[in-house]
Write a protein that binds this ligand. Structure first.
Ligand code: KIV
Length: 269
């Protein structure tokens, strides 16, 4: 009999923070990649609203809908045996009030089978966080650069470099923790600030462009795998150069088809 898989839960992440072991999180949007990431041993898979960028080709994350996020969530959940699956609430599905936020969170959980939701914002979303957590749904926060507010910020530059914004970020992080978040994503803020926030909170922080003082890291899978040669901000590390490798593979395939090398006898019935 095979040994039962030890599933990652929000409590596992808390234990990792206490033990001082970093948490690894990656985005996924479909069955095939989620299966590989889960088998590779990743602790958290985020079905990010970055799907709007990397899957749908939108310039921002604003356009993706709740139903589209649910579709991606369903595909990922089907593949996963061990990782914690967190699904983003997209823009427009929680900002109007806490009734709407709660209804969206419940819909995501019921229709995807995911394990937690993530939403962006600080003190302004704490009422929603409290109500979602009270309904039994784990919530991951997200502060710093919050892409759903890109038109308010105007740029994707580093946030909270000035004292006033850094102080506000610390207040927001504490408010999210007090509201019941089990973890918080810190996006594109100075490393020293992220380290300070991480040391002040009991819950884990997961950084992206926030230095290595966070309790964990997250990368968009397309960035980690090098699927877009045009996107090269300093906070990403490309572990593969898949755009080049895929291009070469497809060009070779085209040649083989044209030259009738493919399929050969062993590839035929
Ligand atoms: O949507 C996403 O991929 C995210 C990560 C960048 C944290 O929110």
């Amino acid at each position: 009999m095979s040994t039962p898989i030890k599933k990652v839960t929000t409590h596992t992440l808390q234990k990792l923070k206490i033990a001082g072991e970093k948490i690894a999180m990656i985005t996924a949007y479909d069955y095939s990649f989620a299966r590989i990431f889960d088998t590779a041993g990743i602790e958290v898979i985020l079905v990010g609203d970055s799907a709007g960028n990397v899957m749908a080709g939108h310039e921002t994350t604003i356009a993706i809908t709740l139903d589209q996020m649910i579709y991606h969530g369903q595909c990922v959940v089907k593949a996963v045996n061990r990782s914690l699956v967190v699904i983003d609430l997209p823009f427009g599905s929680y900002q109007s009030n806490s009734d709407v936020a709660l209804a969206s969170a419940i819909k995501v959980m019921k229709e995807t089978g995911g394990h937690a939701i993530k939403l962006e914002g600080g003190e302004e979303v704490t009422e929603s966080v409290q109500r979602i957590v009270s309904a039994g749904i784990p919530v991951m926060g997200h502060i710093g650069l919050t892409p759903q507010s890109i038109y308010k910020f105007g740029t994707y530059n580093v946030r909270a470099k000035e004292k006033a914004e850094a102080d506000k970020l610390i207040t927001d992080a504490k408010a999210l923790e007090d509201a019941g978040c089990f973890a918080i994503v810190l996006e594109k803020i100075p490393a020293a600030l992220a380290k300070e926030v991480s040391s002040r909170l009991a819950i884990p922080t997961i950084g992206i462009g926030a230095g290595n003082g966070c309790d964990g890291q997250v990368l968009v899978m397309h960035d980690l795998l090098g699927i877009n040669n045009e996107f090269n901000p300093r906070f990403i590390r490309k572990y593969l150069q898949l755009e080049n490798q895929i291009t070469e593979a497809v060009q070779q395939y085209i040649k083989d088809v044209k030259s009738t090398d493919f399929p050969n006898e062993t590839e035929s019935y």
